[in-house]
Ligand binder design. Sequence first.
Ligand code: 3E9
Ligand code: MG
Ligand code: MG
Ligand code: MG
Ligand code: MG
Ligand code: MG
Length: 359
Amino acid sequence: MEHGMLIPPVYSPIPPAIHPRHKLIDQQTAAWARTFDIGSPELREKLVGQEIGTFAARILPEGDEEVISLLADFVLWLFGVDDGHCEEGELGTDPKELVPELSRLLRIAQNPEAAMLTGDSLAAGLRDLRRRMEQHATPAQLARWVDALREYFLSVVWEASHRSKNTVPDLNDYALMRLYDGATSVVMPLLEMGYGYELQPHERDATSVRAAAEMAYFIITWDNDLFSYHKESRGQQYYLNVLRVLEHHHGLEPAEALEVAVAQRDRVMCLFLRLRDHLSASGSPQLRQYLESLSCFIRAAQDWGISSHRYTTPEDPAELPTTFRDTPTDDSEEPLDIPAIAWWWDAVPEKRVPAVPQG
Ligand code: 3E9
Ligand code: MG
Ligand code: MG
Ligand code: MG
Ligand code: MG
Ligand code: MG
């Protein structure tokens, strides 16, 4: 197993949580995928065994059950696009053909009544998701969902451009692309819907709150890059994750790249915790719930990522951790040397240095 790599336990000071109805939600999502015929039969059978419903039940552990089901079906649909079109399908190496196809799907998300892509199962699934979104979302949340889908689509076209040329973006471009191509931002409206509130724009779009959300995207996708390395790096197909970027552009051996990537996510985790606690101290109850949901999302992706059959199976085991560590490998408060995100460190107040007792 030449691509094997032992992934160590990652730093996670966030407690695990799961909605008690996770088993049922997972079964319903499998049924949804079959009803809507998502993906090729082969892809679909893989997806329904990946406990995506359980993942959603971890993201919204005390949320509305219908919204958790909606989130689960949507995440499965996203994998239908990400695996089916982008990473394993023909469009994934042809960005100029991917653009029109994703643009048509985006129109369905925005105007489900549009008589186009009839007979396309991903479009039919998306119509159903949109209809159910309307039952739980405010008009503004629906619009943000469509906008977030657009930014996800834009980033996968960027990724497809690299795939088509077999090139590897540098670390700054990769970090920027990864904020969106992990489809984390499209989940955000559902975090609000799951608890039946709407975060007001003056809070959600405040620079520091957006920084907190972006930090969560970073941690979730860097963790995914560790947990999915085995799945992605086997075989001959093109793959892109932070370990490949660090090996390619920084001349690191796989073990060194792993150490650097872990240190990067640890530093962002430390920063996220400081910012979350700072914002929670003065924010509205809705903002506190939103920040709590960001934490749950991070931990959900970790608990699901180390255990899902998507990343490790008895027939093809990945060397994934079964536990987490409660200290970071790197607790430096210095910004990462990644210009697209280095501004995050300016959004967080300095750690208060304990006053020196006067003698
Ligand atoms: C993730 O990146 C691709 C998304 C489309 C997956 C859908 C999942 C979510 C919206 C929740 C975020 C969760 C993550 C990133 C685990 P990638 O590397 O293609 O995922 P893979 O599973 O193939 O490693
Ligand atoms: Mg199909
Ligand atoms: Mg309800
Ligand atoms: Mg992907
Ligand atoms: Mg993938
Ligand atoms: Mg991955």
